[in-house]
Design a protein around this ligand. Structure first.
Ligand code: MG
Length: 319
C-alpha cells in the first residue's frame, strides 16, 4: 500500500443559538478536518470532532497528535492510533475508508431523524415547525430547571403532541435516584415517551439496570457508553436497554461495526454536532447498525448559522 498525503485543518462553526447543556453554554463547534490523497489522485475526507466532557481527547490533544504524524502517512499507522484518542481513531480511519470507496451519500427519510427541541419551555411550541417538516421523534433535555416546573412542561407537551409523535427525554446524567424514579413514574403513564436517556451519571450503571427492571419506560445509556470500551463494559455487565452510539467519538468504525454485529444491540446512532463529513460517515454506519425502528440522532443541522454543505471539497475550502 502506498503512502497517503495527509493534510488537516481546524474549523469553528458557531451555533445559531448557543446550546444550553448541563455542561454549560456551548457556542462554537470546533474540530479538525482531514484530507488524505493517494498517488492515483483519490481523495478521502475525515473529521475529528472531540467531546471532552464525554471523556474523549480535547481538541488540543487531537491537534498535537495530527501535528506529529508524517505528512506522508503509511496506512498501517492509522490502526496504531491509541485508545485515548477515540475521535482521532474515527476521523482517520473513516477518511481512509472514504478514499477507497466511491459510495453514494446516505439519506434517510425525514421521519427517521429525531429532532432536538430547544431546552426548557420553548419546546412547547418549537415542535410544531419540526413536525411540519416531517419529524416524528423529538428529543428534549431535562434536568436543567427544577423538577416540578419541568414535569408540568412535560405534561403540557404530552397533551399537545399528536399521537404519532414520540418523545425522548435526555437528562445527561443530572438526576438523583429519587428524581429519576419520579420522572420514570411520570413517563410510565404517558404514551408518547420513547425512552429516558442517561438519567444518572455515567458510572451509576447498577442503579440504571435496576430502573430497567422496575419501570416500563425504556432507558437509554449515552454518557455511560461514549467509547467502544465502555459499550463493551456495559454490555458485559448486563445492559440490554438502548445504547446511544456516537460513532464520531466511539473509536475505530471497524471495531464499532464488529461490536454492533456481534451483540445485535438496540442502538440509536447519534451526531456530535459535526460537519456533513462526520455526519455522512455516521449515517453510513447507522444505515446498517442503528435500530431501524428508532429514529437516528442526526436531526441537528438546524442548530447552525451556516448551512451544511454536502460538497466536502467546498467544506474543506470554506470552513
Ligand atoms: Mg444524550
Amino acid at each position: 500500500m502506498t503512502k497517503l498525503q495527509f493534510e488537516f485543518r481546524t474549523y469553528a462553526r458557531p451555533f445559531a443559538k448557543p446550546l444550553q447543556t448541563r455542561y454549560g453554554l456551548w457556542e462554537v463547534r470546533e474540530g479538525i478536518l482531514i484530507r488524505f490523497r493517494d498517488r492515483e489522485g483519490r481523495v478521502g475526507y475525515g473529521e475529528i470532532a472531540p467531546l471532552p466532557w464525554f471523556g474523549t481527547e480535547t481538541l488540543a490533544q487531537a491537534w498535537n497528535f495530527c501535528n506529529q504524524l508524517p505528512l506522508e502517512l503509511e496506512p498501517f499507522a492509522i490502526a496504531e492510533i491509541p485508545l485515548n484518542l477515540p475521535a482521532c481513531q474515527f476521523g482517520l480511519e473513516s477518511a481512509f475508508t472514504a478514499l477507497r470507496s466511491d459510495a453514494q451519500p446516505v439519506t434517510l427519510p425525514i421521519q427517521r431523524y429525531a429532532a432536538l427541541l430547544p431546552t426548557g419551555e420553548a419546546a412547547l411550541t418549537a415542535w410544531r415547525s419540526l413536525w411540519q417538516q416531517g419529524h416524528r421523534t423529538f428529543k428534549w433535555k431535562i434536568g436543567v430547571k427544577d423538577l416540578f416546573t419541568e414535569m408540568a412542561w412535560l405534561d403540557q407537551l404530552a397533551q399537545t403532541l399528536p399521537s404519532e409523535a414520540q418523545l425522548r427525554l435526555d437528562a445527561n446524567g443530572s438526576l438523583t435516584v429519587e428524581t429519576a424514579q419520579a420522572w420514570l413514574q411520570t413517563c410510565d403513564r404517558l404514551s408518547c415517551i420513547e425512552y429516558l436517556e442517561q438519567p444518572l451519571p455515567a458510572d451509576a450503571l447498577p442503579e440504571m439496570l435496576e430502573f430497567s427492571y422496575q419501570f416500563k419506560t425504556p432507558i437509554a445509556l449515552d454518557e455511560s457508553v461514549a467509547t467502544l470500551a465502555q459499550l463493551q463494559a456495559c454490555y458485559d455487565q448486563g445492559w440490554r436497554g438502548v445504547f446511544v452510539i456516537k460513532p464520531a467519538i466511539a473509536g475505530f468504525p471497524s471495531a464499532l461495526q464488529r461490536f454492533c454485529q456481534t451483540y445485535a444491540v438496540d442502538a440509536v446512532f447519534s451526531s456530535i454536532f459535526g460537519t456533513a463529513i462526520a455526519r455522512q460517515q455516521g449515517l453510513r454506519l447507522a444505515a446498517s447498525l442503528s435500530n431501524p425502528n428508532r429514529a437516528v440522532g442526526y436531526g441537528t443541522a438546524h442548530w447552525f448559522k451556516s448551512p451544511d454543505s454536502p460538497n466536502f471539497d467546498a467544506l474543506w475550502q470554506n470552513l
